[in-house]
Ligand binder design. Sequence first.
Ligand code: ZN
Length: 422
Amino acid sequence: MVARHQRNRIQQKASEFCWRARRWRARQRLGSLNAILYVIFFVLLVGGFIVVVTPLLYRSLCLQVSDRAVLFAGLLTGAIVWWQGHLIRRQMELGTTVGLYSEWNSEEMLQTRGAAWLDNRPNPDKIEGVLEFLEKVSTFEKEGFISRGLIWDTFGWYLWRYHFYCKNVIEEKRREWTPAVPDPTLYQDLERLYPKLVRMELAERNCRQSSGNVLTEADIVRELEETKVKFIEGEIPERDQNPMTKAAPKVRIELGPSRIHKGGVGVFAVCDIENGQKICDGLSEDDFKDLVSWEQFERYDTDLQKKIMAFCVGTPDGFVPPIDFDFNKLSIEWYLNHSCEGNCGFNDEGDFVAIGDVREGEELSYDYGLVESNPRFSMECTCGSRTCRHVITGNDWKMRNFFLKNREHMHPHLRRQLAKFS
Ligand SMILES: [Zn+2]
């Protein structure tokens, strides 16, 4: 049995050795594959040369000179073909990486990455878009389409950080999608690549720094914790950009004489809009926190009351007022008309989205029952659709037939109320 202090010493020696070995390996990494290939290529050439030359010196060897020449030519051709294959592979690897990189920095992905964080924590509703991309990168590495070294150089920084900060969310997602038995295959390639990349990072940094302080995995973990907020801030695009340089959002809607509400105004699609695509801002959950009470409503003059009943989304507790409470400043989406078979609904953020493909010039409308819960609200409907309810009320959302049919397009505020019901 080894005494405790001796054992510690042995462990220390062993870890020092491991570190040296890793340091050596890291130093060799860049171009190491190339170096091996060069050596093999060179050995083949020298070997071939010997095969050709030896019979001239030792006539007793059994192969004919011509056989040796053929053998040499075969070896050389094989080596060249192999080398070409290697170059093509490198080229394809580069192509894959460039493709992934432009996807990672595309406008859409930057938005997804920005939305993936909420109050310096991963946003469980939005993070999956990013995790799926990083899982794809990890799978490419596993399948050998990109080398780990190339990933370390390009996506490594994001990959291990996203994995580190989202560990809990990944666990949650596994339970969420397969409640019976959490699915361990969800994001498993990402999980598998994470420790390898961290080890690679350690090796690279240890081999490049001269101070002799050896970084450990605990140092990296501490670093990740300490720089978490900074990293997340970097992922979220700046909100108050200079309007002179900011890219203007695409125009999708305009006002025009309504075909549904005869004699009234309606909102029309300026371009084709795909199913699920966001059309314009709707109401956020916060908008439902600053309601104007119905007692307050009673004190307004009739003109204002009419406006509120016609334009404002109501709840049993009050209504959602327009910005600055100014009905002179209603933005276009306030003019969306009701239809019992509308082509708009709400997404998880409460924004208006198309719930079918919409053609340019089509009038946009949504079922007011998807968001209205003011018990006093009632209007006649002449939308003319097959399933017209003729009278629309602020209680429609609670009707079984209605919510079974429309739940996924209802405003998240009402979806949450429904969840309390059932
Ligand atoms: Zn109708």
